[in-house]
Design a protein around this ligand. Structure first.
Ligand SMILES: [Zn+2]
Length: 299
């Protein structure tokens, strides 16, 4: 009998609707099961409409759009934010939800300021542009929570040399900004990270949906990926598992609790000595079922 692997539930909150509706539903489920997770919230404006418009205008995205059913996942209103409708502030609209995340024993970290802007441009930013993107997110977090954030997860797993350099200056104690297999210190260009990067190890539900896996097979496909590594990091989305896939979220947690030890990412980070971690390069790569590229650990 092998020991159950640690599994961190990393919940990304990209949108106004995700924080206002998805997060409270997920908190209810987690509370019923007595489980704790790590939430990373995009602190600034919700420009989702721009991202969804991109799905329509980029070649090959329309097919993925229909297969993964983005409008069903994100809703028609979210699909227009920042384009036909003004972009609402995400964190400032729901400060009580942010405080509830913390009050119920979960970790709360920063998931950028403008998710769409970070997703589309971060890898090519100058240091000044990376600072401009991060500073208001940290300020909003401090204003609402009354303390400095300690963890960061890059929107869309987009981590370039300049964003790494700015993240490393603090106030963060670790980050989870790439896809990979095990914790490491990232090296991008001339920048060598000193903090632990704890990458997402598993495919996401929206990627499996993008691959055409749905219904009962979705749970089996995800569970089938677990068990080869001592630490798994699973990224969920408030807009997906806190939205139309809430019943899937419930069944997923039940299955994960039987197979793994579910923990917060900061609990895992606290046990890691970054100096003892391997230094790994990071490069842009593709993931099945996901359009565009993501930043990947090169083992
Ligand atoms: Zn995100």
């Amino acid at each position: 009998m092998t020991e159950r692997p640690d599994l961190a539930l990393k919940i990304d909150v990209d949108t106004h609707q995700g924080l206002g509706e998805g997060v409270p539903r997920m908190l209810d489920v987690l509370r019923r099961r007595g489980l704790r997770a790590s939430f990373y919230v995009a602190m600034g404006p919700d420009n989702s409409g721009k991202a969804i418009r991109r799905l329509f205008t980029q070649r090959g995205f329309a097919k993925k759009m229909f297969r993964s059913n983005a409008v069903r996942l994100y809703g028609l209103r979210t699909a227009m934010l920042g384009t036909l409708l003004p972009a609402p502030a995400i964190a400032r609209s729901f400060p009580d939800v942010l405080r509830r995340i913390v009050a119920e024993g979960h970790e709360l970290g920063v998931h950028g300021n403008d998710h769409v802007d970070w997703h589309d441009h971060a890898v090519g930013w100058t240091v000044a542009a990376a600072e401009r993107a991060l500073t208001p997110a940290i300020a909003t977090f401090e204003e609402i929570l009354g303390r400095t954030p300690t963890s960061f997860a890059a929107p869309g797993w987009q981590c370039g040399e300049t964003t790494l350099a700015v993240l490393e200056r603090g106030p963060f104690t670790y980050h989870s900004s790439t896809r990979g297999t095990h914790p490491y210190r990232p090296r991008i260009g001339a920048t060598e990270g000193k903090l632990a990067e704890i990458p997402t190890t598993l495919p996401t539900a929206d990627e499996l949906l993008g691959e055409g896996v749905d219904g009962e097979r979705l749970l089996d496909a995800l569970l089938g990926e677990i068990g080869t590594r001592p630490l798994e990091v699973l990224t969920l989305h408030a807009e997906v598992e806190g939205g139309p896939y809430l019943p899937f979220f419930e069944r997923l947690l039940e299955s994960l609790a039987e197979r793994t030890r579910i923990r917060r990412l900061d609990e895992i980070a606290d046990e890691i000595d970054p100096a003892a971690l391997p230094l790994c390069s990071v490069a842009q790569g593709t993931r099945p079922g996901r359009g565009g590229t993501v930043s990947c650990q090169i083992p």
